[in-house]
Design a protein around this ligand. Structure first.
Ligand SMILES: [Fe+2]
Length: 252
């Protein structure tokens, strides 16, 4: 459940904006990007079709992450800076430098991904897997900091309308034909209560069908990308701390 942070601060409730979807989205990033070095390494050198398939998956999540950070900066961070500058003061430096590190590694990941996509060579896949592991180390640290320090502030100082706009813009980054897959991904380990609230906003037939179609799409997709319909969850991934990334990458 995601009702509160580890230190007990509420993420929803009377007088608060319900910000629990952020954790659901973050866990998707953790799982799909955390498992991506393995998916790349499992691809046989020279297998163009498989390379393209895995490269599309990695590229999609790199693009989604970039978009997530962009709208977060524009819609949430900027508003908080204006409203609670004192509360943010001790965090500004660390959050901004984490964002910068992640942005740099995202750029490197995209460049390495393009190379691997065009050569399908094992050595280029290995280079990509290493950069992705580095990205995950920096990203996981950042997501954790954001959940611990910023989410409770967002629950208190971001309005429901602003949060709804953030959610709508977040959804708009998912390609339309991947909508049910995207929802299935979130259902895989997301808080059912939080996803139930999202579903409640949809028309009745969609509300009924989306979980069924979404779960099925995700099982099929996960089998293709991760080799199993039940990939390890974000909580089962051990990501090496930033500055301690080893050649082994992400382990279980
Ligand atoms: Fe976030």
């Amino acid at each position: 459940m995601t009702s509160q942070t580890a230190d007990g601060r509420q993420l929803h409730g009377p007088g608060l904006t319900d910000v629990r979807m952020m954790k659901v989205v973050h866990d998707n990033f953790r799982r799909e990007l955390g498992l991506s070095p393995e998916a790349v390494r499992r691809t046989a050198g020279g297998d163009q079709r498989r390379t393209r398939e895995v490269a599309d998956h990695v590229g999609l999540f790199l693009a989604l992450l970039h978009h997530h950070h962009t709208i977060e900066d524009d819609l949430l961070w900027a508003a908080l800076l204006e409203r609670v500058p004192q509360e943010l003061a001790p965090l500004v430096h660390v959050m901004e430098s984490q964002h910068e590190t992640v942005a740099g590694l995202l750029e490197q990941s995209n460049a390495t991904l393009d190379t691997w996509r065009s050569t399908a060579a094992t050595s280029d896949g290995e280079a990509l897997a290493r950069v992705l592991t580095e990205l995950c180390s920096a990203l996981f640290e950042h997501l954790q900091a954001e959940e611990t320090h910023l989410l409770p502030l967002m629950a208190r100082h971001i309005t429901t309308a602003e949060w709804a706009e953030f959610t709508v813009q977040g959804m708009s980054s998912i390609p339309r034909r991947k909508m049910s897959l995207g929802f299935g991904m979130m259902l895989y380990e997301g808080d059912p209560e939080v996803l139930g609230l999202e579903l409640a906003n949809l028309p009745a037939p969609v509300r009924r069908l989306l979980p069924i179609i979404g779960r099925r799409s995700f099982r099929r997709y996960a089998r293709r990308i991760h080799g199993t319909s039940t990939p390890r969850r974000s909580t089962d991934l051990v990501i090496p701390a930033a500055n301690h990334v080893t050649d082994q990458g992400v382990s279980s």
